[in-house]
Design a protein around this ligand. Structure first.
Ligand SMILES: Cc1cc2nc3c(=O)[nH]c(=O)nc-3n(C[C@H](O)[C@H](O)[C@H](O)COP(=O)(O)OP(=O)(O)OC[C@H]3O[C@@H](n4cnc5c(N)ncnc54)[C@H](O)[C@@H]3O)c2cc1C
Length: 86
């Protein structure tokens, strides 16, 4: 019988990212999805550009690229975790 350290239900952005991090930490990971096509929302997000991974994003001022009542909301997170990190 196979055993796993981590079982993730859902191969979307969150599940796949979690699986990648767990794998990098040396854990045996199983990802389960009920769909034939996994990561479908990643494929269509941002009209195929997926704005969080936009290589043209100015990492020193990411708030320029996001519409929000508080444009600095994303600055801290995106300054510490750039598209290159992703
Ligand atoms: C048209 C569109 C455009 C978007 N544009 C952007 C954008 O420009 N920028 C941005 O940041 N975000 C965008 N998003 C949002 C982004 O795609 C989502 O926030 C992100 O994909 C959510 O990831 P998730 O892993 O939480 O969920 P999901 O991507 O929904 O993944 C969940 C997974 O779990 C599986 N699942 C669900 N229930 C079960 C079950 N019971 N058993 C097994 N598997 C199951 C599903 O099949 C799916 O694969 C967009 C979304 C859409 C729909």
């Amino acid at each position: 019988m196979k055993t796993w350290d981590v079982v993730i239900v859902g191969a979307g952005a969150a599940g796949l990212f979690c699986a990648g991090v767990a794998g990098l930490r040396g854990l045996k990971v199983l990802v389960i999805d009920h769909s034939d096509k996994i990561a479908e929302k990643i494929r269509i997000s941002g009209g195929g550009r997926c704005n969080f991974t936009n290589r043209l994003l100015d990492a020193s001022a990411p708030q320029k690229h996001f519409i929000s009542q508080n444009p600095h909301f994303c600055r801290s997170a995106l300054s510490r975790y750039t598209p290159q990190d992703f």
